[in-house]
Design a protein around this ligand. Structure first.
Ligand code: ARG
Ligand code: ZN
Length: 874
């Protein structure tokens, strides 16, 4: 079944309130839901009421307290139809029975490590009871939970606690009430025996909020960083967006089986424990940063998602793109803005660009879907965030804030659309955003080509600019976009040059606005030749071909006033060198690299005026997948690997002395801090380790790094250097064994051990990964384990997964089907690893295709997996 945006129509009935009573039992939980149902104005009396279900078992159904005659309804596991509802308003009681223990799809009500929990977004509520399971049905929830006290001393749901008490037979109950009408996807319930980290927060208007983070007993201290991040998020949203929390309690629960990162259920966020639990010994700096960002993300949803939700799932980016934008800004404010921006752009290019440039491309606001779970994508989230960022770039910070204020004022309590969102910015600014709106509606990464010329006698600097958008599935013809390009004309001293009149484009506050296919932009009054710095801060998510001399790029890398552009300039130099190296490899020649590149790397490394985190990012070579994406087609991952390896060796060789010295200097003995500064120093030191590990004695060097590490960031970096660069050496074998031994009972740390081995380059990784699927710490039913071992291998091991003999693909097909039996959503996500298969060279392409086709041949494929594979092959 295909769902289409244009088919949206309001429901015939509304459900202003719902009372639920859960009698929890592992295999047979009873759910009694009493719905207040109202026929919408203008709908004919007697119109059937169709409620969604998914694998449900109906026990009884009553209207206004009286059992319904069999002839009055029709029921299947997927639907309950009340054939002729009796009145304009009535109460409908539905009792269902569900089996949480057997729920391996982790949607609806399930058990994770003995804890009952729920995941309802997008369509999991219908696996609990029959309902109008769509986001524009907003209801006030009252929830009663009953369970054996020994098994589940903790009983949580959304909203505020109302009462709790003891019952006969060792049972007890708790009642919760959420005064804010909400869609069913925000419903949540948790019950079990968990430890609690408690804190409190006083909001800007003086309301006291009790904060609780619930984790496995004994792990409370590991939640303290998450708690700190939560309080910082609450303050930040008050300060930056004027948004205050609105309930008496805010609870977060960490569970160890979770399909995604986390979920913003009203007043009761549920998290993958990977994004809650952390300390110096078990979590890396990247883990800490992720925890901070995801805690903030889910908290920010309280306003952008919960108070204002989505009319339908085509509008998913209304809450996700906007909330990602908000969490990005939060992290930028808490850490280093330029470093955060570079990291965001790297993520966007690594995940969203290939999606947008391949068979799974879709608009930020899609028009059709078969399975909504497959649209929680980098495009909806990350590009969705970039689109919001562009609105701010176009309107300016103040006008953007005014628009957001109007959005909250106008739409609080609504199920809104992207059109509503754009309208508030048009209304506050008076600007017409209709061309801009294409960023939401048109798939594909726009491409901009630019050449420049300076005329010394007229003092004019001229840009020839052309935009185009490549065709994407079901959109062969593209319309022209409004592309805001932040820029500077950099003078010889590194300062931006002032210019006079500009013709050919609107230029405002350092932003050049493209609206047409071709624009010739002339800057007057420049007495010297400027160096063009374009798309500063990555103001528009485009690909850019900028004709520019290497000397100019080297100049920008050292002197551009915009830190992102400095990074970009150096990164472009590296990428160009790597592509040239790849081509030489294909021609059976050894790659050669200009000495200037290595020298520039050395200068950046040693430049104490740059923050260490920035230097670390600059010195990180483009990943194999980045290089592949830039090359575009005919990809031979082995040749890319060889070229990259050769460049890394040449940079290491040229800079050996400087790198060793800097590495030693960065060896700080102070207390561990997971903040931007501490993380930045470790990042730089670990990048240097990567280079030094390539030189003679590298295995010993990395082994020492590993053995002397006092935190997980350094330990994991040491292990990676050994397992990736010195596989099979006694040092590598020993470090892997020590690590395994030390952490065998810590599942989240074992994920790192799986990940490091799954990403080891070369054809041997396949056998390693196959072997590890039998490791006692691995479990095919746990999403985190699957992602760290299988997801990493298929998604991040270019040479191992894309083995020329196609064995990687065969293993992949086999494993995806194995995962699918239990969890279709996780299997479908795994399968997206094949999205760029058409850019491979012909032999690998053929084998990849065979593997995809073999999946489609399986009978009774889930809607989730079928959708991904069919679109990938189309
Ligand atoms: N809304 C959640 C978040 O981004 C993600 C939930 C995704 N769930 C799903 N079934 N795809 O914070
Ligand atoms: Zn979200």
């Amino acid at each position: 079944q295909v769902f289409k945006l244009e088919d949206y129509r309001p429901s015939d009935y509304l459900i202003p309130a719902i009372d639920m009573a859960f009698a929890l039992a592992p295999d047979a939980t009873r759910v009694v839901a009493t719905l207040t149902v109202e026929r919408r104005q203008g709908v004919a009396a007697g119109t059937p009421l169709l409620l969604d279900g998914d694998e449900l078992k109906l026990v009884r159904v009553e209207i206004d307290g009286k059992p319904l005659k069999e002839a009055a309804y029709a029921v299947t596991p997927d639907q309950l139809t009340i054939l002729a509802p009796p009145a304009a308003r009535f109460s409908l009681t539905i009792e269902t029975e569900v089996n949480p223990s057997a729920n391996s799809a982790l949607m609806g009500l399930y058990r994770s490590n003995g804890v009952y929990c729920t995941q309802c977004e997008a369509e999991g509520f219908r696996r609990i009871t029959y309902f109008l399971d769509r986001p524009d049905i907003l209801s006030v929830y009252t929830v009663r939970i009953e369970a054996p006290k020994a098994e589940a001393p903790l009983l949580l749901s959304n909203g505020n606690p109302v009462r709790h008490g003891e019952l006969a037979g060792g049972r007890h109950f708790a009642e919760w009430h959420d005064p804010f009408p909400k869609p069913s996807y925000l419903f949540a319930l948790v019950a079990g025996d968990l430890g609690r980290l408690a804190d409190e927060f006083t909001t800007m208007s003086g309301r006291k909020v009790e904060l609780g983070i619930y984790v496995e007993h004994g792990k409370e201290a590991l939640a303290s960083y998450a708690m700190d991040a939560l309080k910082r998020s609450m303050t930040w949203d008050e300060e930056k967006f004027g948004r205050e929390y609105d309930l008496d309690v805010f609870n977060i629960v960490a569970v160890s089986d979770f399909n995604m990162g986390a979920m913003e259920n009203k007043g009761l966020n549920i998290f993958n424990d990977k994004y809650v639990l952390a300390d110096q010994q078990t979590a890396t700096d990247a883990d800490f940063a992720n925890i901070e960002a995801i805690i903030a993300h889910e908290y920010f949803h309280n306003w952008t998602g919960n108070r204002i939700t989505c009319r339908d799932w085509f509008q998913l980016c209304l809450k996700e793109g906007l909330t990602v934008y908000r969490d990005h800004e939060f992290s930028a404010d808490q850490r280093s803005r330029p470093v955060k921006r570079i990291a965001e752009v790297r993520t966007l290019r690594a995940h969203q660009f290939p999606e947008d440039q391949g068979p799974l491309a879709h608009p930020v606001r899609p028009r059709r879907y078969r399975e909504i779970n497959n649209f929680y994508t980098a495009t909806v989230y990350e590009k969705g965030s970039e689109v919001v960022r562009m609105i701010r770039t176009i309107l300016g910070a103040e006008m953007f804030r005014a628009g957001m204020d109007l959005y909250f004022e106008r739409h609080d309590g609504d199920a809104a659309t992207i059109d509503d969102f754009l309208k508030v910015f048009e209304d506050v600014s008076g600007q017409d955003l209709s061309q801009f709106a294409l960023w939401y509606h048109q798939a594909g990464t726009p491409h901009v080509t630019v050449s420049s010329a300076y005329n010394a006698s007229t003092h004019e600097f001229t840009l020839e600019i052309e935009q185009s958008s490549p065709p994407t599935p079901s959109e062969s013809r593209k319309r022209l976009m409004h592309i805001p390009l932040a820029f500077g004309l950099v003078g010889p001293d590194g300062e931006d040059l002032a210019f006079g009149e500009v013709s050919g484009a609107t230029v405002e506050d350092g932003v050049l606005h493209l609206h047409k296919r071709r624009q010739t932009v002339v800057f007057k009054g420049l007495s010297e030749r400027p160096v063009l710095s374009l798309n500063r801060g990555f103001s528009a998510p485009i690909t850019l071909s900028l004709e520019q001399k290497p000397e100019d790029r080297i100049f920008l890398a050292g002197n551009d006033g915009d830190a992102f552009s400095r990074w970009q300039a150096f990164n472009t130099l590296l990428t160009d060198a790597l592509i040239a190296g790849f081509r030489r490899m294909l021609g059976n020649r050894q790659p050669e690299f200009a000495a200037s590149l290595g020298e520039l790397a050395g200068r950046i490394a040693a430049n104490a005026s740059l923050e260490p985190a920035f230097r670390a990012l600059a010195l990180t070579l483009p990943a194999e997948a980045d290089i592949a994406r830039e090359i575009g087609k005919g990809i031979d991952p082995d040749a890319i690997f060889a070229a990259r390896e050769a460049l890394a060796r040449s940079i290491a060789t040229v800079n050996e002395e400087g790198f060793r010295q800097l590495y030693a200097e960065l060896n700080s003995d102070g207390p561990f801090r997971p903040d931007a500064d501490g993380a930045g120093r470790r990042a730089l030191r670990n990048v240097l380790l990567d280079y030094l590990a390539l030189l003679p004695g590298g295995a010993e060097f990395a082994a020492l790094h590993f053995a002397s590490a006092t935190n997980m960031t350094d330990r994991a970096a040491g292990l990676t250097a050994l397992a990736h660069r010195h596989a099979g050496t006694p040092q590598a074998v020993d470090a892997l064994a020590r690590f395994e031994n030390e952490y065998s009972s810590d599942a989240l740390v074992m994920d790192k051990w799986f990940l490091i081995q799954a990403s080891a380059p070369g054809p041997a990784a396949l056998d390693t990964v196959r072997g590890l699927t039998a490791h006692p710490a691995f479990s095919i039913g746990n999403p985190n384990r699957v992602r760290s071992l299988i997801g990493t291998f298929a998604g991040a091991n270019q040479t191992g997964f894309h083995r020329a003999d196609g064995e990687g693909y065969r293993f992949f097909a086999e494993t995806v089907l194995e995962v699918e039996k239990r969890n279709p959503q996780v299997a479908a996500r795994l399968a997206t690893a094949m999205r760029s298969w058409r850019s491979l060279e012909p032999v690998r392409q053929g084998k990849a295709r065979e593997a995809l086709v073999s999946i489609l041949k399986v009978e009774k494929l889930s809607a989730d997996l079928k959708d991904i594979i069919e679109r990938t092959l189309a």
